[in-house]
Design a protein around this ligand. Structure first.
Ligand SMILES: C[S@@+](CC[C@H](N)C(=O)[O-])C[C@H]1O[C@@H](n2cnc3c(N)ncnc32)[C@H](O)[C@@H]1O
Length: 228
């Protein structure tokens, strides 16, 4: 099973030997590839919608993996029992949905030894949530595909206070000077700039606390960018 660069990065962060729950599995490619590569012995592939789950069912059948991949319909972690799996991957959804899923089944979330998360948006919010909920970021990477930079984060139980600016930049991406870090920070700056330019059109917006906060955020990013 040849994975996209984005899903490849998610698969690479799955703990070898773990039992994986793939939440929002869609096509089921992630658990199929991880088992094919002998990274994990078995998995549970879940999806909220019957259409994607049926697609996963067909792919699992084609791969002859019915014995090792269980397919379950349901919202988030609801189809999983505590201690049934050790890792959960939640990829291809916004951070707000991912957080909603993790908070929706605390007894399952708390039983996991690793989360592998690939938020399509709101990665800063995702890291803030991890930091505030006693998850330690053990690995993170950036992947560029079709002009989009994707962020992939692996976290394990533990404490890791993260400064607000680092929630957006990614503490390990910065420390390890990821090859795409400059492009990543530049894009964060562009996003701040677009908001600031838009606010400048408003009458009193430039006097607002929000404007000042975004300007300071931009300045912090610029300082980091210049270090690279
Ligand atoms: C964009 S696809 C991502 C598929 C795959 N994880 C990937 O990264 O390529 C999102 C999938 O998540 C499912 N989904 C959305 N919200 C969900 C939820 N609360 N619980 C389970 N699955 C969900 C959708 O039905 C869809 O199949």
């Amino acid at each position: 099973m040849k994975l996209s660069k984005r899903l490849r990065a998610v698969a690479d962060f799955v703990e070898p030997g773990s039992i994986l729950a793939d939440i929002g599995t869609d096509h089921g490619y992630l658990p199929i590839a991880a088992i094919e590569e002998k990274r994990i012995p078995s998995a549970i592939a879940c999806d909220l919608n019957q259409g994607p789950l049926s697609a996963a069912e067909r792919a699992v059948k084609e791969a002859n993996m019915e014995d090792v991949i269980s397919l379950r319909l349901g919202d988030g972690l609801a189809p999983i029992k505590p201690d049934e799996v050790t890792n959960a991957a939640i990829a291809g959804m916004g951070a707000t949905t991912i957080i909603h899923i993790l908070e929706g089944a605390p007894e399952v979330t708390d039983s996991l030894s690793r989360l592998i998360l690939q938020p399509m948006s709101g990665a800063g919010l995702m890291r803030k949530w991890l930091s505030e909920n006693d998850w330690f970021i053990v690995a993170e990477t950036l992947v560029e595909e079709d002009g989009i930079i994707y962020e992939v984060i692996a976290a394990e139980p533990g404490r890791m206070p993260i400064k607000p600016i680092m929630c957006d930049v990614g503490p390990l991406l910065w420390l390890g000077r990821h090859p795409l870090i400059k492009k990543h920070i530049y894009r964060l700056m562009q996003s701040d700039k677009a908001i600031l330019d838009n606010m400048k059109k408003g009458k009193n917006a430039v006097e607002s606390e929000k404007y000042k906060a975004i300007k300071e955020h931009y300045a912090e990013l610029e300082k980091m960018f210049r270090c690279l």
